[in-house]
Design a binder for this molecule. Sequence first.
Ligand code: ATP
Ligand code: MG
Length: 256
Amino acid sequence: MSQSTIQLKGINQSFFLGKSQQKDVLHDIDLKINPEDFILIVGGNGTGKSTLQQIISGSLQPTSGQILKDDKVVTKESVQKRAEWIGRVFQDPKEGTAGRLTIAENLALAAKRGQKRHLTKANTKEKDFVRLLKTLDLGLEQRLTTDVNFLSGGQRQALTLLMATLVKPELLLLDEHTAALDPKTSEMVLAITDKIIKENRLTALMITHNLTDALKYGNRLVMLQSGRITLDLDRNEKEKMTVTDLMAQFNEPVVV
Ligand SMILES: Nc1ncnc2c1ncn2[C@@H]1O[C@H](COP(=O)(O)OP(=O)(O)OP(=O)(O)O)[C@@H](O)[C@H]1O
Ligand SMILES: [Mg+2]
């Protein structure tokens, strides 16, 4: 099934609205996410990147503005309903998997959860899990009955990615999903991420603080600063950018 166009229109987010400690975090965000876009999101700490993903996933209601999936307004759709078409991977490898269940049990849960998505039929047989795990090239296909608690952070994030995409989501949200991994493992998980996105022709939104990765992956790069989109580069513009150029676009200090 082809992917939808997701549009954010005039999204504003304020916390503690009307109170003395009111915090205006996002300002008039307009963003059109085209089918099969792989958008990298960069920006300093506290600029609203995770808040934006929370709004897209439905775990946070925006103060104002709309979210459209093709022509349908989904702003009020619950987080559970949106989980039927949105896959998510977080920074903490423990968040996306059940540690006391085996690899096979985790994959079976992901397949079951995905049945609601009705987008593609999930493969739930052991041989399907073996075939899927083999694509990671981490030898996990020989450890189907191992509890996920015994996996390393990198192996666990790779498994989480498989689970989030086992049934093709219409949108994949990645919030610094390699930030807790060592550089080599991070590189490996990013390569797997890229492969899964390309092979399944997914639409994805990935937050990272690593500017080299932000330039290396995806077809678009969006910079968020103080809750506003200050840069939205297409593939050509992105290819011409260097890390130094990108650094210069930051108003705030950034750690590479
Ligand atoms: N539930 C909340 N209640 C109050 N303030 C919040 C809440 N969630 C986020 N904020 C504030 O909103 C701002 C943006 O936070 P957000 O987590 O979106 O930043 P970020 O760009 O993801 O930062 P980082 O790169 O550090 O992850 C921060 O100042 C944060 O303290
Ligand atoms: Mg964040």
